[in-house]
Design a protein around this ligand. Sequence first.
Ligand SMILES: Nc1nc2c(c(=O)[nH]1)N[C@H]1C(S)=C(S)[C@@H](COP(=O)(O)OP(=O)(O)OC[C@H]3O[C@@H](n4cnc5c(=O)[nH]c(N)nc54)[C@H](O)[C@@H]3O)O[C@H]1N2
Ligand SMILES: Nc1nc2c(c(=O)[nH]1)N[C@H]1C(S)=C(S)[C@@H](COP(=O)(O)OP(=O)(O)OC[C@H]3O[C@@H](n4cnc5c(=O)[nH]c(N)nc54)[C@H](O)[C@@H]3O)O[C@H]1N2
Ligand code: SF4
Ligand SMILES: [Mo]
Length: 758
Amino acid sequence: MSVTPLDGGLSRHARKCPICEAGCGVLVTVDTAQRKVIEIRGDEADPLSRGFVCPKSQGMKVLREDRDVLTRPLRRRGNDFEEIGWDEAFACAAERFKHIAQQHGADANSLYVGNPTAHNPGGLLYTLSCAMALGTRSLFSSTTVDHMPKVLSAGLMFGDQSLIPVPDLDRTDFVLMLGANPCISGGSLMTAPGMDRRIAEIRARGGQVVVVDPRRTETALLASQHVPIRPGADAYFLLGLLRVIFDEGLSRLGRLEAHLNGVAEVAALARSFELADVAEACGVSAADITALARAFAGAPSAACYGRTGSSQQLFGSVTSWLIDVLNAVTGNLDRPGGAMLPMGVTPSIFLNERYQQGVAPHHRWFSRVRGLPEVAGQLPVVAMAEEMLTPGAGQIRGLLTICANPVLSSPNGPRLSEALQGLDFMVACDIYLNETSRHADLILPGSGHLERSDWPIFTSTFQVRHVAKWVDKVFDPAPGTKTDGEIMLGLAAHLAGTSEQAMDDALAGHFLQGAEASGGLGGKTAAEALALLEAQKGSDRIYEILLRSHHFGDHFGARPEGLTLSKVQSADHGVDLGPLFERLPQSLGTPSGKVELAPALLMQEVPRLRAAIADFKAPDRMIMVGRRQLHSINSWMHNIRLLNRGPDKCTALMHPDDAARCRVGTGERVEITRGDKTIVVPVTVSDEIMPGVISVPHGWGHDAPTSKLTYASTRPGVNSNILASEFDVDGPSGNAVLTGFPVQVARAAEALQPKAAA
Ligand SMILES: Nc1nc2c(c(=O)[nH]1)N[C@H]1C(S)=C(S)[C@@H](COP(=O)(O)OP(=O)(O)OC[C@H]3O[C@@H](n4cnc5c(=O)[nH]c(N)nc54)[C@H](O)[C@@H]3O)O[C@H]1N2
Ligand SMILES: Nc1nc2c(c(=O)[nH]1)N[C@H]1C(S)=C(S)[C@@H](COP(=O)(O)OP(=O)(O)OC[C@H]3O[C@@H](n4cnc5c(=O)[nH]c(N)nc54)[C@H](O)[C@@H]3O)O[C@H]1N2
Ligand code: SF4
Ligand SMILES: [Mo]
């Protein structure tokens, strides 16, 4: 097992860090009797992270020491909160949600699933139970401020939203990276911890890494080349690359040639844009685009990869799509060293819909007020406030959040704050009383990260190498506390009016039936397989079902060499199952059975793209982008002094030319204005950002009056999303536009203090 006894009552536990998608292997030394963490360091033996960790790994220790972290359920009492018991909390929540549903219909209750849920197996699984028990279509998640464009384009191109191509980093000769900074972010939709080392390895074997980003990022500094690009203009850049590739006859369809639909259409599309025009729009010269196209197409293998910067923009869906068109037409889709489709040790269980009887898993219904589209069963977060504030049939009156802080993470937080305040009832499953949870009637805090078992529930299908890993809890939950999984299961059971065991069995049964239908039970029935399970309940039982019935599993005895729960549990640092392998055309879910390179829904965006080119060519204002920071994640971890000391981190990066024009220097403040909204932020002057662009990190603005973030509130920063507009969306996916919008920047009047956040 993954525990090593040490002297002095200490023991060392192999774990995975639960903070971000990288999921680095860590060794955690603890004093079990004292329930104290002594040390956390990287696990050299982890096949994916090979010893790498970032400073946030210390979160598992320091969060335990943060007195603001909640441990007991809280119920609103006037402007304050009081502690209550779990049973009372569940009963109250169920009664209020049921009352809303009875009065106004099931859709009047809503659910918002935030980012840390993705690294929290119990939390995510039993949130699905809650969603089923609520029976609402008012489902939201951070996906629509993040990667919904990629989910949509994967669904359209491959017929399965979970088939998101990942660069085969260990074998590639060329990576073209758009709008990603994995050396800080840890990598996203690409589980590849330790990117510094991986980039060095690619370069050491003669390969190239090219980073396309308005900022000379930490990743760009390690890359072979940095290409500054005008924010929001990636689609033009990609069209330029494609134009050169088709004009110069560099396209190679390769193994998948007979399985690609729409090659002629995308060639015609690329040729309908002039290279000089797209070059001017994106700010990358025609000569540079030409050289990059030749290098990409000519490399023995290459992968184009885009992340949040390419997704949270006005043409996020088109950009996400064209990235994989580029991979496909250069023969790099689904080939070693190219952009591959990880099988996953467990299948994707969230955002994983396929076409069913020809019906696409998107645009099946639309939001009530603005008619924004559903994708993957979810409505866009940008519609949430108006659905709560606009009276009429279908108005949202109840909300359950888990691991979410949309008041800071989504556009126009102040309006969302107002909407949350007006709800009939709100429950927040969160460890802090913060900008969002302060609006709740009940706050239900989950116990610490080390008090739950863990496995990569969300990232298994994004790993650059197949690795099975399951880690045990280190501490038993303290008396009177519950894990997020237990909280969501308890809530779901109360909502459904059944026992937790029955609710848990129902979810296990759901996955067993799915496995039976897909042939993963080795000919056994769901009931027979259930009897063979080693884990008797909870999220580990579901892990076992998913593991054993999927590709690498033992199919419940039918393939004895395959993985079982105990085999994975006995591998301290994870089971290395080797490199990615080809999956197409077998895995396609499109009605045609082919890769669709020119989906109609995305081709319809072309006129809009063409019309917008003039705006990009002649920007008359500064353009705003975001910036992730090593020591925090989105809107949280700012309350931890150890991670958030030193100079102010919430600063606007400006190029020296722009700073000179505005007459500001480092440390002085600018007003950044968009329409009737203004924020005031101190400046950091640096030529790492390209001229004309200003970068402000998101997730700050911890000065809400009734939150309890003792340290963070002493250095609150400003909520940059006050300037993001809920009316700015990527049409096909409904994703928020968080990068690449125009703002006005001026030196702040001396008397101005930073403006309050939501
Ligand atoms: N301007 C701008 N805005 C952005 C982005 C951007 O790049 N620019 N990025 C967007 C992206 S990609 C994302 S994913 C979203 C994220 O946005 P959200 O998912 O809405 O929020 P987070 O900031 O991740 O907040 C996580 C919440 O979970 C709580 N929490 C942390 N750990 C646990 C736990 O173990 N259990 C429980 N119960 N609660 C926990 C924290 O206290 C916090 O309240 O932000 C988006 N917003
Ligand atoms: N330390 C830390 N790690 C994190 C997070 C965090 O907040 N902090 N958040 C986690 C989450 S939720 C996610 S989704 C991932 C995100 O992972 P990444 O997407 O790798 O993270 P970012 O650092 O936001 O990288 C986006 C880059 O896009 C650039 N950019 C902005 N606009 C454009 C544009 O229009 N075009 C191009 N080409 N580039 C553009 C930005 O300058 C930035 O460098 O990170 C995760 N990891
Ligand atoms: S990159 Fe940092 S935060 Fe992310 S999993 Fe690794 S150690 Fe944890
Ligand atoms: Mo994200």
